[in-house]
Design a protein around this ligand. Structure first.
Ligand code: FAD
Length: 470
């Protein structure tokens, strides 16, 4: 670990923003120390977010397939059951292997790692209460705040991580709840709801807004909601939770229409509160050095990720913008490139978003609603996976590709995919948008057969001309 010797870069927080920034800084020849309080690297994403949720999504999907799909493929067995502790153990193993992997990357790149809680004592000094009970002062010419975000609760609801859980508790339930109520129909709520629905819970999602996942293209969202409903997820939209009673065995939620009206009761064994996340800066001493934040507590930065305090930068979930791991990583790389005197760049219009349900929903660029609001004349090309040979071959054909292109130039403005592996398929579209491609460019690229990617080519053909297979 690093003592009082001065660093070129000190990163507070070892999540995807912080650890990537630290490695990149070291690769650029800067002497770098990363401070992390959790005792493990990888932040929210690796420890209690992206990775454990994807582990459980995959395990629960296998169980669901075994129950509902294997027989259609001629694979039969007499019984199938869930061993929840084993499922959780595989998730935990994935997490611990990956956190150790990042420690290995720190060693390889000569990033110093201090385990402890950092707080500013000046714009170039961080005091760290180390996890082993000691204290260290870490000095840096440049300090990057990458302290991420934390679960947000709702007024009047106390998260106890047993009956009323956050996403963190929902990733570690000891029993499969008979009834799970999810408050908030964002991607985290839908992913965790899917996990437990597949394992046998009756899942009801309560959402204040009139739609699930508000950032999604409306047409795709409608199909997506229907698909989730077919998977027996129930939705109570335009509904607000006004009371929570945990005095009995389970939980009784009192709900009423968002616009006011008659109250009803919804019962649950477990309630998942997934109503968003807040930037995390507690105990960091921002006020001591005078770092400016917005009303929501997000740290304000300029296009070089610099705060109002000279030498202090911020990246990732703690600054405004999409709260996504890959966005935090891009911030981290660009920020240290600027510090190293190079040029950094993040194009926030081309950050893909993925909901990892089954099927997945992935998108990049603008929704049809956004394009309409801009007043741009546009064309839409669509292709359903029902007409895609690979999807039919594997009997997993629910979904669609939708491409929106500018009418005059055919330039692609947005791509929305619902498909089993949409999160992988989307990157061809991200690349296309990055190169300002026209839909005809994708349509004329040779795509291997039979692949799901051919649906993207066909949707592109449908955008500027006609598809072949429908
Ligand atoms: P964080 O990952 O929050 O890391 C910040 C780190 O800083 C933490 O480890 C914290 O302990 C540490 N820290 C804070 N304060 C201090 C201090 N004072 N001193 C020392 N250390 C400190 N995003 C995706 O892109 N894809 C997904 O599939 C996805 N799934 C998710 C699922 C769930 C259930 C959740 C909760 C989130 C998910 N996210 C996903 C969001 C993703 O986790 C975040 O966007 C990402 O982790 C942000 O990275 P970060 O580095 O900014 O912050």
């Amino acid at each position: 670990t690093s003592g009082s010797e001065e660093n070129d870069v000190v990163v507070i927080g070892g999540g995807p923003g912080g650890y990537v920034a630290a490695i990149k800084a070291a690769q650029l020849g800067l002497k770098t120390t990363c401070i992390e309080k959790r005792g493990a690297l990888g932040g929210t994403c690796l420890n209690v977010g992206c990775i454990p949720s994807k582990a459980l999504l995959h395990s629960s999907h296998m169980f669901h397939e075994a129950q509902h799909s294997f027989a259609n493929h001629g694979v039969k067995f007499s019984s199938v059951e869930v061993d929840l502790p084993a499922m959780m153990a595989q998730k935990d193993k994935a997490v611990s292997t990956l956190t150790r992997g990042i420690e290995g990357l720190f060693k390889k790149n000569k990033v110093s790692y201090v385990k402890g809680y950092g707080k500013f004592i000046s714009p170039s000094e961080v005091s760290v209460d180390t996890v082993d009970g000691g204290n260290a002062v870490v000095k840096g010419k440049n300090i990057i705040i990458a302290t991420g975000s934390d679960v947000k609760s709702l007024p009047g609801i106390t998260i106890d991580e047993e009956k009323i859980v956050s996403s963190t508790g929902a990733l570690a339930l000891k029993q499969i709840p008979k009834k799970l109520v999810v408050i908030g129909a964002g991607y985290i709520g839908l992913e965790m709801g899917s996990v437990w629905a597949r394992l046998g819970s009756e899942v009801t999602v309560v959402e204040f807004a009139s739609d699930i996942v508000p950032s999604m293209d409306g047409e795709v969202r409608k199909q997506f909601q229907r698909t989730l409903e077919k998977q027996k997820m129930k939705f109570m939209l335009k509904t607000k939770v006004v009371g929570v009673d945990t005095s009995g065995d389970g939980v009784k939620l009192t709900v009423e229409p968002a616009s006011g009206g008659d109250q009803t009761t919804v019962e649950a064994d477990v309630v998942l509160v997934s109503a968003g996340r807040s930037p995390f800066t507690a105990g960091l001493g921002l006020d001591k050095i005078g770092v400016e934040t917005d009303k929501g507590g997000r740290i304000l930065v300029n296009e070089r990720f610099a705060t109002n305090v000279s030498g202090v930068y911020a990246i990732g979930d703690v600054i405004p913008g999409p709260m996504l791991a890959h966005k935090a990583e891009e911030d981290g790389v660009a920020c240290v490139e600027f510090i190293a005197g190079k040029h950094g760049h993040v194009d926030y219009d081309k950050v893909p978003g993925v909901v990892y349900t089954h099927p997945e929903v992935a998108s990049v660029g603008k929704t049809e609603e956004q394009v309409k609001a801009l007043g741009v004349e546009y064309r839409v090309g669509k292709f359903p996976f029902l007409a895609n040979s690979r999807a039919k071959a594997i009997d997993d054909a629910e979904g669609i590709v939708k491409i929106i292109a500018e009418k005059e130039t055919d330039k692609i403005l947005g791509v929305h995919i619902m498909a089993p592996n949409a999160g992988e398929l989307i990157h061809e579209a991200v690349l296309a948008l990055t190169y300002d491609a026209a839909s005809e460019d994708i349509a004329r690229v040779c795509h291997a057969h039979p692949t799901m990617s051919e649906a993207l080519k066909e949707a592109a053909m449908a955008t500027h001309d006609k598809p072949i297979h429908i």
